[in-house]
Design a protein around this ligand. Structure first.
Ligand code: SIN
Length: 292
């Protein structure tokens, strides 16, 4: 088998063939895969029926895997490294309130944002429920030089929202509230491995530090709309057992809720821990951010 990478679209992503990620991977082979991960920002391994152990083992090649201590509600009871993304637990009738329905980079609302996310599709609807991934290098690079200068000096406040709090016991509620304090990050990030700059905005960004709410609203609306332009995106139409990994340090993603709710969409997710960054933001958060 020869390892091959086939670009999935203009903006980002490549399909990887010639490797079985269910078996141990030799260091030189994984090094090629990792270089492709840095180059394409997202890699697809089509139709690979990994067990949960194999999913976790493959994720560990990318770094330390989160055991989801902060996400008890959605972590697998036996495999703590796995978060269960399922249509089953959605109880609200508000069609805008489904999990993942805003563009974001995983755990941007914390001081340890995620490095990589690996999804394995267990069950997918016949139509819809795609995941879109956007290239935030291109979002930054396509701004005018003047706008690049403006955003480079700014920090933005990310907040996971109350829905992230685990209210199962008063102690957990207090602890998760403490862990989910709003966090400020520079609006422009420098990727620790590629050295390229990217735009760090999305639906979890609530305001720009030091700006009047009206100013912040206007700039965030522009930046979030800009970051969601179709030319920066890859849209993944799931097939059962697809494994998709993306680099949260230079991409945003969104899971789409456009599918028949009588059907199941069940996806296992692992998250690879990133480098510490940002700082807890103690000022007031006046603005709720654009819902894009
Ligand atoms: C996520 O936001 O991590 C999951 C995206 C999806 O459900 O497609």
């Amino acid at each position: 088998m020869t390892l091959q990478f086939r670009p999935l679209c203009y903006a980002l992503g490549a399909e990887v063939t010639g490797i079985d990620i269910r078996s141990p991977i030799a260091p030189d082979i994984f090094s090629e895969i990792y270089q492709a991960f840095l180059k394409y920002s997202a890699l697809l391994f089509r139709g690979t029926p990994v067990t949960r152990e194999q999913h976790i083992a493959f994720s560990r090649y990318f770094g330390e895997v989160d055991n989801n201590d902060r996400a008890l509600r959605i972590r697998h009871p036996d495999y703590h490294e796995i978060q269960i993304i399922t249509s089953k637990i959605k109880t609200t009738s508000d069609p805008t309130a489904f999990a993942g329905q805003v563009w974001h980079s995983d755990q941007s609302y914390s001081t340890v944002p995620a490095k990589a996310t690996l999804l394995h599709a267990l069950q997918v609807p016949t139509i819809g429920g795609d995941t879109m991934v956007a290239n935030m290098y291109l979002a930054y690079e396509s701004l005018s030089a003047t706008m690049q200068k403006i955003v480079e000096g700014l920090h933005a406040v990310h907040f996971g929202g109350k829905a992230r709090l685990d209210n199962s016991t008063p102690e957990r509620a207090a602890e998760t509230a403490r862990q989910n304090l709003p966090t400020a990050h520079p609006l422009v990030q420098v990727h620790p491995e590629t050295g390229r700059k990217s735009l760090f905005v999305g639906g979890k960004v609530k305001q720009i530090v030091g700006m009047h709410p009206d100013e912040s609203t206007m700039l965030l609306k522009f930046l979030c709309e800009h970051a969601a332009r179709s030319q920066f995106m890859y849209r993944h139409q799931w097939q059962k057992d697809d494994v998709l990994v993306w680099d949260n340090r230079c991409t945003n993603h969104i899971g789409l809720g456009d599918y028949d709710r009588s059907q199941q969409r069940n996806i296992d997710r692992t998250t690879v821990i990133g480098l510490p960054g940002g700082y807890p933001y103690t000022g007031s958060v006046d603005y709720q951010g654009p819902r894009l």
